[in-house]
Design a protein around this ligand. Structure first.
Ligand code: TYC
Length: 108
């Protein structure tokens, strides 16, 4: 492919630059947001951030406190499919443990 760098310009051997549409599109990215509530234990939220979002304990505590104090916090930024799967896993896991923890998606 002559447009390997995906900038939409084809550099031909004659030195001519021809504007073309890039053939590949970067996937849109989505933020996964964690929402505060009055009932879910802090330890449970920290555990979810480690188990589902791969955060270490320090990062997980920081995000949990941000959510607790501000009402919302970013758990990570992913392609739509990955973000949607993580949201579903959080809501399902919380429900199984009878906590009202909620999580949602937002386009970047
Ligand atoms: N506000 C909760 C409490 O005081 C803790 C909490 C933090 C809940 C983050 C949800 O996403 C959340 N137990």
């Amino acid at each position: 492919m002559s447009d390997e760098n995906n900038d939409g310009y084809e550099n031909t051997e004659t030195g001519t630059l021809t504007k073309t549409e890039p053939k590949t599109k970067k996937p849109s990215l989505y933020k996964v947001l964690m929402l505060n509530d009055d009932y879910t234990p802090m330890d449970f939220v920290v555990h979810v951030l480690q188990a589902i979002f791969g955060k270490n304990e320090t990062e997980a505590v920081k995000i949990m406190l941000q959510v607790h104090q501000k009402g919302v916090g970013v758990c990570g930024i992913y392609s739509f499919e990955v973000a949607e799967t993580k949201v579903n896993r959080v809501v399902e896991y919380a429900r199984r443990h009878q906590h009202p923890l909620q999580c949602t998606l937002e386009k970047e």
